[in-house]
Design a protein around this ligand. Structure first.
Ligand code: FES
Length: 374
């Protein structure tokens, strides 16, 4: 399916194709995707649709993401991208990617990926899904390219003929930067869907007629007067999410009803700053310390049983890929060659990968000496 599915001129069926009604997180694809279409969405955002090779099936819940393997300068690089389409079609899906200045993978996708090209992919991953939190009222909040997972949720609810009350509140820099604008205007005509778009500024060609500036508690309450009784899903850049978190706290939202995608998809992982090292207090009980060998880096460090391997590596100046630091994104995944860990993750690794001996370094603490293929 394509991203933009406006109703036909004369038709009355505004639904997307038949929807999945699975209410569980899925974990079953490790294969190849063939690009079936490339669609310009804004001046710097494109959607890439894929079909699955080899008669494979990829089932996902709205809000989940994939890991794509992209050959940048001949070197395979992995990045996570949210699936922006609804899970309607078991053998086709769409990601929507904003071109990031100096972002090697987003630029490669924009500049090189053509219809017919094949990429490796695995997933789906992630627990940021409306399917996990059924509710009569939903507020979907996004900024910039953070719109993709909540758009998948909105599309899926329309697929299912949902009568849930959906407040969709999106922040964009200018009118030219509104992702899926025409489709959102169409969806706003649904009786149970209410779309509010906020622009920080006018564009060169358009004076924005809707709310301007940034999202504020007043604008949020006006757009979602039933906020307190709603299940809330938020995705966007970190400062935006921090601001939304502060607003919902201030407005008295039950934290159990607030969900956010806690990392920026499609950006390269950066090593954690040494300042994030967990420093035990003077009163903390002594914990066992283990040796952790990073085989390819040729380094061995001490890591105590209460410190994540990623934190210890970062403190020792060993650069490793990472992004969320919370077991969500999967970018810190590595092969554990020997030893045992205690791993408490949040959906960033699949059961099959754990069985294969992979670990998320941000979420794993050593319970013995370790050798890691990194
Ligand atoms: S950094 Fe995201 S899962 Fe570890």
């Amino acid at each position: 399916m394509t991203d933009l599915m406006l109703p036909p001129d004369t038709g009355t069926d505004h639904r997307y194709p038949e929807a999945s009604t699975d209410n569980e997180l899925l974990d079953d694809f490790d294969g190849r995707l063939r690009c079936s279409s490339v669609t310009d969405i804004t001046h710097d955002v494109r959607s890439f649709s894929f079909t699955l090779d080899d008669r494979a099936q990829l089932r996902f819940t709205p809000g989940q993401y994939l890991t794509l393997q992209v050959p940048v300068d001949g070197v395979p690089v992995e990045r996570c991208y949210t699936i922006s389409s609804a899970p309607a079609d078991a053998d086709e899906l769409t990601i929507t990617v904003k071109r990031v200045p100096d972002g090697p993978v987003s630029n490669w996708l924009h500049d090189h990926l053509r219809v017919g090209d094949v990429l490796g992919a695995s997933g789906p991953l992630g627990a940021f899904s409306s399917d996990l939190h059924p509710a009569e009222q939903l507020v979907l909040l996004s900024a910039g390219s953070g719109i993709t997972p909540v758009m998948s949720m909105l599309r899926e609810m329309i697929n299912r003929g949902s009568t849930q009350q959906i407040r969709f509140i999106h922040s964009a820099r200018t009118p030219d930067d509104i992702i899926f604008r025409a489709e959102l205007e169409w969806l706003d005509t649904y009786p149970n869907v209410d779309v509010t778009i906020i622009c920080e500024a006018d564009s060169a060609t358009e004076n924005w007629q809707g709310p301007t500036g940034r999202l504020s508690p007043a604008v949020l309450l006006k757009a979602a007067p039933d906020l307190l009784g709603s299940e809330i899903f938020t995705c966007g850049p970190a400062p935006y999410m921090a601001a939304v978190r502060e607003m919902v706290d201030l407005l008295g939202v039950d934290p159990g009803r607030y969900h956010e995608e806690s990392f920026v998809l499609g950006t390269p992982g950066a090593p954690l700053a040494p300042s994030t090292t967990e420093t035990p207090s003077a009163d903390a009980p002594t914990t066992a310390t283990h040796l952790v060998e990073f085989r390819r880096a040729g380094r061995t460090i001490d890591c105590d049983a209460s410190t994540s391997i990623l934190t210890a590596a970062s403190a020792a100046g060993i650069p490793l890929p990472s992004s969320c630091g919370e077991g969500v994104c999967g970018s810190c995944k590595q092969d554990l060659l020997s030893g045992e860990v205690d791993m408490q993750h949040a959906g960033g690794i699949r059961p099959k990968e754990i069985r294969q001996g992979k670990v998320l370094l941000c979420s794993a603490k050593p319970t013995s000496d370790l050798i890691i293929d990194a």
